[in-house]
Design a protein around this ligand. Structure first.
Ligand code: TPP
Ligand code: SF4
Ligand code: MG
Length: 355
């Protein structure tokens, strides 16, 4: 079933995938890249074009997914691909979408649906390029998807701290030392929640993870079918930056979601829908795992003492117990205002608390 569309953009050519048997066989991101073993960002690229299909133009800002994917004379991209400047994914998406529209209107190229996807890393998207992404999300007349692949550092230039680096993590800019155990004490910026809350005319904004491949591919398809500018943010375990054996990438993606650190959701036409295990946790059908299960698996948190883990856990608990929408919208509403704001704050399911 195709996503219902308001305008003529959705062609129904990207139906929702019901299960793995439904996943397209064709690979449009193949061999010829030099990403690290176990790189989940590379898997995001593969799933992204698998979901979008061959009538897609991919634009990519500087970072691992540019550099490691387009080493001289080799490339894994089967679809047309273009590099854009580190902070320019938003501008590249908008410019390309507008250019295609004009060429089609003037009859210079066939009038057909062409998917425009611009990807960026967390450094290029959540830090440097956030202004251009925000602007693009307000231009509702142009169809494009911005995909932010978040490996939680400026990985390509040797793992520098970004606004997406988690609290306390070691990076080359935040080494743990004897004088200061934690060099980085800021909480991760809530990028997908901010994009959703701040751009009501963008019809589709989602948070995903390649460890939940079908969920992610369906989010990409919805974003491309619905029309207008859309945004998908993925959390991508990175063996090099997070310091773990490459065989555990998928497992860490699962743990990020199961601990409630990275909630999976989509906001479609202003309606927020929790997906995958995040929904199961919110409905009380699954217990949230303690964050320690996730942190202890990664060398970047090896210096954590009990008090650091406790702080991390308490902050994630707050996301689940006090935020207006768990993990999505960080407002708390005082009891005296719940009635006038028409908010029915039900008591938390037992299972929503940690195991
Ligand atoms: C304007 C500008 N500043 C700095 C750089 C150097 N540079 C290239 S890739 C990169 C890291 C980008 O990090 P991110 O967007 O998170 O992508 P990742 O490398 O993690 O995949 C940097 C700083 C650049 N190419 N352009
Ligand atoms: S450093 Fe991380 S994001 Fe970059 S190629 Fe290696 S695993 Fe992938
Ligand atoms: Mg990065």
């Amino acid at each position: 079933m195709a996503v219902e569309t308001r305008d003529t953009h959705g062609t129904g050519t990207l139906p929702q995938i019901k299960g793995v048997k439904d996943v397209p066989y064709d690979e449009l991101f193949v061999s010829g890249h030099r990403t690290c073993q176990g790189c989940e960002s590379a898997l995001v690229m593969r799933h992204m074009v698998k979901a979008s299909g061959p009538r897609t133009i991919v634009l990519g800002s500087t970072g691992c997914m540019y550099v490691a994917n387009t080493t001289y004379y080799t490339t894994p991209w089967v679809v047309p691909w273009m590099h854009t400047q580190l902070g320019a994914s938003g501008s590249a998406a908008l410019g390309t979408a507008a250019g295609l529209k004009v060429l089609m209107r003037k009859g210079k190229i066939k009038d057909e649906k062409i998917n425009v996807i611009a990807f960026c890393g967390d450094g290029g998207g959540a830090d440097m390029g956030i202004g251009a992404i925000s602007a693009t999300l307000t231009h509702k007349e142009y169809n494009s998807l911005i995909l932010l692949y978040d490996n939680e550092s400026y990985a390509n230039t040797d793992i520098q701290l970004s606004s997406q680096t988690p609290y306390g993590a070691v990076t080359t800019f935040s080494p743990s030392g004897t004088a200061k155990r934690l060099m980085h004490t800021r909480w991760k910026k809530n990028m997908p929640g901010m994009m959703a809350a701040g751009h009501p005319e963008s019809r589709y904004i989602a948070a995903g993870c390649a460890a939940y491949a079908v969920d992610l591919m369906n989010k990409i398809r919805k974003a491309l079918e619905i029309g207008g500018p859309t945004f998908v943010h993925t959390l991508d375990p990175c063996p090099k930056g997070w310091d773990y054996h490459p065989q555990y990438s998928q497992e860490l993606g699962h743990l990020a979601v199961e601990t409630g650190i990275w909630p999976l959701y989509e906001v479609m036409d202003g309606v927020c829908n929790l997906t995958g295990p995040t929904r199961q946790i919110a409905e009380g059908r699954k217990k949230r795992k303690p964050v320690y299960e996730y942190l202890k698996r990664q060398g970047r948190f090896a210096h954590f003492l009990d008090e650091d883990v406790e702080h991390f856990q308490a902050t994630v608990d707050k996301m689940w117990t006090e935020w207006l929408i768990p993990g999505v919208i960080p407002f708390t509403v005082p009891a005296k205002d719940q009635a006038i704001l028409k908010i029915d704050k039900k008591p938390l399911h037992e299972a929503q608390k940690t195991a």
